[in-house]
Ligand binder design. Structure first.
Ligand code: FEO
Length: 386
């Protein structure tokens, strides 16, 4: 791949990982992921975060090559999650004069992850503090809960670069040529989605800065049309729907609920709606959650199982709940052969979600979809579109 360029004195030393099976042991990353790290070469040298232990050797080689024999002065720790912090201990041993730059919470976590003596090696910063490197100055912006409490961002004043931690991150290695929004949305909704209020607080602070480049800890460095990315973050963090359309999430044991879900999709499409449909037993959960957030309407369809919800639907609704899903219209289709309770249980879940309107009628299928069910689904579709 071509070298990632930032500027003469700010160099990219991150690594692509195409071998990881599941990011954070839960997210499929068909095009891998990048662990971004940077080094600022000035009178003082600052390393901006480390990388996951999966790519330690490649990262160290890149770092040493950029240093050309000089010794780094600071390690800026934006985030203590191990995909960025794994090499703090190793770096501390290799460069005994190196100072660690973080906030009070950073150092508390550092001592939990690493059994090392950091006394006299810490530079503790708080909101608005600056660190002079020579021509470059880093200004620290606290960004708690994006998506850990110790997270902070740095604004480099001379080159006007925002080092945005996980913010503006994306799945997909840097040598992957793909649309930014799709995998950035899946990343945001699933990893940061719960913390919309925290993201909005940082966006407000960032609005006062002249930002020419955004350098996240995952995914491409954003250099042009920054308003586009900031607008996406504004939408996602406010829990506003991004597009008009319907996500249909169904669980089906023997295929009968699936038939109904597909019929529902057909009805909605015939009324001009964009429909995104997921088989929760088989499709990727993070994609289903992503589209539930993307579109303004959701239909859930599930059979009853063991006098409860079919587990894949339970899992989907649980994900919506913990990701703070809100502000959507939701329709319900249930199925049951002798004592259907799925509808009632789905309703209970949805009632707990903030500002989610349950749209009537709820459709109840007894084993297989019949003409009366189709009539009810037509009514549900019309009611969803009001
Ligand atoms: Fe990329 Fe929250 O770590």
């Amino acid at each position: 791949m071509s070298k990632v360029e930032i500027s003469d004195s700010i160099r990219y030393i991150g690594c692509d990982d195409h071998t990881i099976d599941l990011f954070e042991s839960q997210y499929k990353v068909p095009n891998g992921v990048s662990y971004n790290s940077y080094v600022i070469m000035d009178d003082k040298i600052a390393i901006m975060d480390t990388v996951d232990s999966r790519t330690t050797k490649e990262w160290l080689d890149k770092l040493e090559s950029e240093l050309s024999g000089r010794k780094p002065d600071y390690l800026i720790i934006s985030h203590m999650e191990p995909d960025h912090s794994s090499n703090i201990g190793l770096l501390g041993e290799k460069y005994p004069e190196l100072k660690f730059v973080g906030n009070a919470k950073t150092f508390q976590m550092l001592q939990q992850f690493f059994d090392m003596d950091i006394s006299n090696r810490t530079v503790e910063v708080k909101e608005g503090d600056t660190l002079e490197l020579g021509k470059h100055t880093l200004q620290f912006i606290m960004a708690p809960m994006i998506h850990w409490p110790e997270v902070m961002m740095e604004y480099e004043k001379t080159e006007k670069i925002l080092f945005s931690a996980d913010g503006f991150g994306k799945f997909g290695a840097l040598d992957t040529d793909e649309e930014w929004a799709c995998e950035a949305r899946r990343y945001y909704i699933n990893i940061v989605g719960k913390y919309g209020a925290s993201v909005r607080a940082v966006l407000k602070k960032a609005a006062n800065l002249d930002i020419q480049m955004i350098a996240p800890l995952h995914g491409p460095i954003l250099k042009e049309n920054l308003a586009y990315y900031i607008e996406k973050y504004d939408i996602w963090s406010s829990y506003r729907p991004e597009d008009e359309g319907v996500t249909i999430a169904f669980a089906s044991i023997h295929g009968n609920t699936k038939v109904a879900a597909k019929k529902m999709a057909e009805i909605l499409k015939s009324k001009g709606q964009t429909v995104s449909i997921f088989d929760l037993s088989r499709d990727d959960m993070s994609e289903a959650i992503e589209d539930a957030f993307r579109y303004d309407k959701l239909i859930v369809a599930s059979p009853t199982y063991d006098s409860a919800l079919f587990p894949f639907m339970e899992d989907f609704l649980y994900h919506l709940k913990i990701k703070n899903y809100q502000n959507r219209k939701v329709g319900i289709i249930e199925n049951g052969t002798w004592a259907p309770v799925a509808g009632k249980l789905m309703k209970t879940y949805i009632e707990e979600l903030k500002n989610c309107e349950i749209v009537e009628p709820m459709v109840t299928i007894k084993s297989t979809m019949n003409a009366e069910n189709i009539e009810m689904m037509e009514k549900l579709a019309d009611a969803m579109l009001v």
